[in-house]
Ligand binder design. Structure first.
Ligand SMILES: *[C@@H]1O[C@H](CO)[C@@H](O)[C@H](O)[C@H]1NC(C)=O
Ligand SMILES: *[C@@H]1O[C@H](CO)[C@@H](O)[C@H](O)[C@H]1NC(C)=O
Length: 470
């Protein structure tokens, strides 16, 4: 009896393992898809690298395919800030893009430790059908300054590493890669025939009939004097007050992440030869704020910095700020920007009666990378059941904050995300329940306090406290 049971268990176990094996092998079966043509455009003109990939994928297998895999070398994955994909439908003027879901995917035994993202197709493609995909990748901290230290009058040179061939689990019939550099000053680049350079563009390919996982490492060494503006840490506090305003305070720790500055800084040289001295440094930053912003300030630990200009129109506000000194490689600046906004532009009521804040995620500074972003939304006292809806993966938790006259404290929704780039500047929402009776709490407390004070005064005047002999 016992032996029979054990046998049954073994049989069931065997069946399960065979099933799971076929399940994984069918999802991995890269052979069923092939890339008919691929074009990759890599933009290395700023310190945030963008890769635009156009893939024409064909299903050559018998069963319909509902996902397409993107492969990355393990060294690149941790630098990936954004992976977005869309399917192109229609042709020429009627062309439109349908956004697709992309999620990380773990596949065992991938060659060279390759890691994957899976694009889910809305409509599975059948045998012989093709789908045209547009993929956007944003990479951060991938341009390595070389030399790592430069003097004040030197230009900044950087390295970019990649593969001349697109890393893919699929057979690629035809592919080309273009790398766009900021200027024609390219010190060197690896050649993988056919390779050529025209102006600010280096062209790898066309390569035909490459096997899955083909790679050909390349290095491009070129001049890049764009500001390497990196905010190591940004804390944005957004305080909602039902009395009509939204107060925003942003604490920045900004660093120039390019080649380290070598030697002493000469302000005389910097100011007398601006086109030549400190070409890789930066002294202005542009913050894009919502329209109708008011009470703007910009200060650091010393005090207010007056050198900022605010331009506003009906669509946007632009705040140009100038730190106290120009930033050279490795230099840091910490400062705070604060502003007020009209509440009715950002606070709405949803159809189910909840209130919600609709605000922009990301960093207001243009062309800036944020290593660690924390957004704290401080809700009015008495708010309940708060939750944030953000269109990408974030960490979320709650805190309680007390300010003047608070009794139960305010709910603070804390949202954290690493590796934030301008592509993350999309709206997010914080939903919560609020009972308007709470709006009366503070005025009631104030009035009752005044009333008590008044009663005390009256009492003092009328009660005779002097000691008298009876
Ligand atoms: C800084 O500027 C803000 C807004 O302009 C002002 O309210 C504040 O009093 C100033 N602080 C100091 C220390 O000057
Ligand atoms: C949030 O605001 C943006 C514009 O800033 C708008 O496009 C979007 O529909 C709003 N979202 C919600 C849920 O109200």
């Amino acid at each position: 009896m016992g032996a029979l049971l054990a046998f049954r268990f073994a049989l069931v176990f065997l069946l399960f393992s065979v099933l799971s094996l076929t399940a994984t092998s069918s999802s991995v079966s890269a052979q069923d898809l092939q890339i008919v043509s691929a074009e990759r455009r890599i933009d290395v003109t700023s310190h945030i690298v963008k890769v635009f990939l156009t893939l024409k994928v064909e299903n050559t297998g018998a069963s319909p395919a509902s996902e397409v895999l993107l492969a990355f070398p393990p060294t690149q994955v941790k630098h990936l800030a954004v992976v977005k994909a869309a399917a192109t439908v229609g042709k020429r003027k009627k062309k439109s893009y349908v956004p697709l879901d992309v999620s990380p995917k773990v596949l065992p035994d991938a060659p060279n430790g390759a890691q994957f993202f899976s694009i889910s197709l809305r409509n599975p493609i059948k045998n012989g059908e093709t789908v045209l995909l547009e993929v956007l990748l944003v990479l951060t901290h991938v341009l390595k300054p070389f030399p790592a230290e430069i003097g004040q009058s030197e230009s900044q040179l950087v390295y970019y590493h990649d593969s001349a061939m697109i890393l893919s689990p699929y057979f690629i019939k035809e592919q080309t890669t273009y790398i766009k550099t900021p200027s024609t000053k390219v010190e060197s680049f690896t050649s993988v025939e056919p390779t050529n350079r025209v102006g600010t563009e280096i062209n790898y390919g066309r390569y035909v009939d490459r096997q899955p996982y083909s790679v050909a490492p390349i290095i491009v060494h070129f001049e890049n004097n764009n500001p390497f503006a990196v905010v190591e840490e940004l804390v944005r506090e957004v305080e909602v007050s039902h009395w009509g305003s939204l107060q925003v305070r942003e604490h920045y720790t900004l660093v120039h992440a390019g080649a380290q500055h070598k030697g002493v800084f000469s302000r005389v040289e910097y100011q007398s030869r601006p086109s030549f001295s400190g070409v890789s440094s930066f002294k202005h930053l542009l913050a894009r704020l919502p329209p109708r912003v008011h009470s703007v300030y910009y200060r650091d630990e010393i005090g207010n910095i007056s050198s900022s200009r605010l331009r506003t129109d009906s669509l946007k506000s632009e705040l140009e700020i100038e730190p106290r000194y120009p930033l050279f490689g490795g230099w840091k600046a910490t400062f705070v920007i604060g502003y007020g906004l009209p509440l009715q532009d950002f606070l709405f009521e949803s159809s189910d009666g909840k209130r919600y804040l609709n605000f922009s995620f990301g960093c207001p500074l243009a062309e800036t990378l944020v290593d660690k972003l924390t957004i704290k939304v401080v809700l009015p006292e008495g708010s309940k059941n708060a939750n944030a809806v953000v269109p990408f993966l974030v960490n979320q938790h709650f805190e309680t904050m007390y300010s003047y006259l608070d009794v139960v404290g305010r709910t603070v929704v804390v949202i954290e995300k690493e590796n934030v780039v301008p592509e993350h500047n999309s709206p997010f929402q914080v939903y919560y329940d609020f009972n308007p009776i709470f709006m009366l709490a503070e005025p009631l407390m104030l009035t009752s306090a005044f009333f008590l004070f008044f009663v005390a005064c009256v009492a003092y005047l009328y009660i005779d406290l002097s000691i008298r002999k009876s």
